[in-house]
Design a protein around this ligand. Sequence first.
Ligand code: CU
Length: 217
Amino acid sequence: MNWLPPALSTYAADIDRIFYVILVITGIIFVAVEVTLIVFMIKYRGREGRKAYYIEGNTKAEVIWTVTPAIIVLALAFASQDVWSRLKNPDRFPSDALTFSVEAKQFEWNFTYPGIDGVLGNGDDFTIRNQLHLPVGQPVVVHTSSIDVIHSFFIPVFRIKQDIVPGMVIPVWFEATETGEFELACAELCGLGHYRMRARVFVHSQEDFASWMAEQS
Ligand SMILES: [Cu+2]
């Protein structure tokens, strides 16, 4: 059973594992709560001669239903901490990554590539709208920024989603494990054109990416 889009980045499987753990825990609790609710509705329904009675509260029950979720949430936080920091902590980003930047605006993505010298901020940089080209099997860091409102950089197949906040440059990284053409979508309602704020992600083989980069430069 696979409910999620294909997992095509190096850390996608770790994200999915956490997702399914949370889904199972919340799923069991959801079913237990709903079943109890329905059973109680039937068992204690209004009937001839039965009098409703009033309860002041139950400290023991309240402690249990507060402490149990707290323990589950803390356990999940510890269990996911390593994956989280591997994704989000810039100190742990792969050091051999290719660096791009993207500027989000209502309602498009402008990707700036480092050009043939591989360094951003030099004369041979070039910018392409709504197309992210990258090589397979190579870590990529994208410096995200916005010139207007909050957007969100979301590539489902890579399992990366990062809010882009005006005034901040936030780096994200990923390494694609398969070539192909995928979707990037803005995941933060950013205005009337939000629905069409998307880009194509092209994952090339290393050779194809090199020749594409040479062609563009
Ligand atoms: Cu947007």
